[in-house]
Design a protein around this ligand. Structure first.
Ligand SMILES: [Zn+2]
Length: 292
């Protein structure tokens, strides 16, 4: 008679990266510049091709997304209601979004039916992160209270927060408040929110790109720790070098960068995954293969 073994299923089995089309952003936008926004938007000639990423987290209690990507309807003339927004968008972001680049189709391609998504964490409310919410009407949409607050301010569309594509009928938005934590690992952050109640997916406030941007720390026995940072940085190296992008509150960005660097010191094998990193898919594949 052998000893009985209880096989405990890891909290998270695997993570996929999908992209709802591609965009090109200005070099100045990605790597930062001291030039004013309108100067580089109108005169910049160097572009970087980036994915419009969504992370698909296979948790034992259901599928959780980190961001939802872009809606292909952005190509339609009325998608952005403000004329200035319509003028600026192609000058800030050159989009390459096909009709199949919906969240639903991209999920289908990795055998995840959209109606199985339990929750979607919205790192921030920019249009290229909320574009798939109509494909997952059953899912709870988690957003930070500070981020949601932007909708109460005049003209949120000037900050690329398009109210008519966020406050869609039936969308199950839930605002997150961060609670103080005694976890010494997270002591630099002003609070945290445990998404699944098992500490495997923990939201952390990382403002700077927008006032209420948040990141997600994944900890599961089966995987290295992963921090999904949304648009806090566009690639880890920039965060390590304290090189802030051209969009966002520089002081807040630097404060959030420092917290993420401190977390990485405490968790040396931490993988940091931005939403617009062309290397994200290969970094993820490599780290999953190493643990397999
Ligand atoms: Zn953004």
């Amino acid at each position: 008679m052998g000893a009985e073994h209880t096989v405990v299923e890891p909290a998270v089995r695997t993570v996929h990266f999908i992209s709802t089309g591609f965009g090109e952003q200005h070099h100045e936008h990605r790597y930062g510049t001291s030039k004013p926004l309108l100067w580089w938007v109108l005169t910049g000639r160097s572009w970087v091709t980036v994915p419009i990423g969504v992370y698909v987290i296979h948790h034992r209690d259901g599928i959780v997304l980190f961001d939802t990507g872009m809606d292909p309807a952005i190509a339609e003339p009325g998608y952005i209601s403000s004329p200035i927004g319509r003028f600026l968008l192609p000058r800030i972001f050159r989009l390459h979004i096909g009709p199949d680049d919906t969240l639903g189709r991209r999920l289908e391609a990795i055998d995840v039916p959209a109606d199985r998504v339990e929750k979607a964490i919205i790192s921030h409310l920019h249009f290229d992160h909320v574009g798939g919410i109509a494909d997952i009407p059953q899912a709870e949409l988690l957003v930070s209270r500070d981020e949601w607050q932007q909708l109460s301010e005049p003209h949120p569309e000037r900050e690329w927060v398009l109210r008519e594509h966020i406050e869609v009928p039936g969308a199950k938005w839930r605002q997150i408040d961060f609670a103080t934590t005694k976890d010494p690992l997270l002591s630099d952050f002003s609070g945290c929110h445990d998404v699944m109640g098992d500490e495997s997916l923990v939201l952390l406030p990382t403002p700077g790109h927008t006032p209420g941007s948040m990141s997600l720390l994944l900890r599961s026995a089966s995987l290295p720790p992963i921090l999904f940072v949304g648009d806090l940085t566009y690639e880890l190296d920039l965060l390590l070098k304290d090189q802030v992008p051209a969009i966002g509150d520089k002081e807040q960005l630097r404060a959030s960068f420092a917290k993420v660097r401190a977390l990485k010191q405490r968790l040396p094998d931490l993988i940091v995954l931005p939403s617009h990193d062309p290397e994200a898919a290969s970094i993820l594949t490599e780290c999953l293969a190493a643990r397999a």
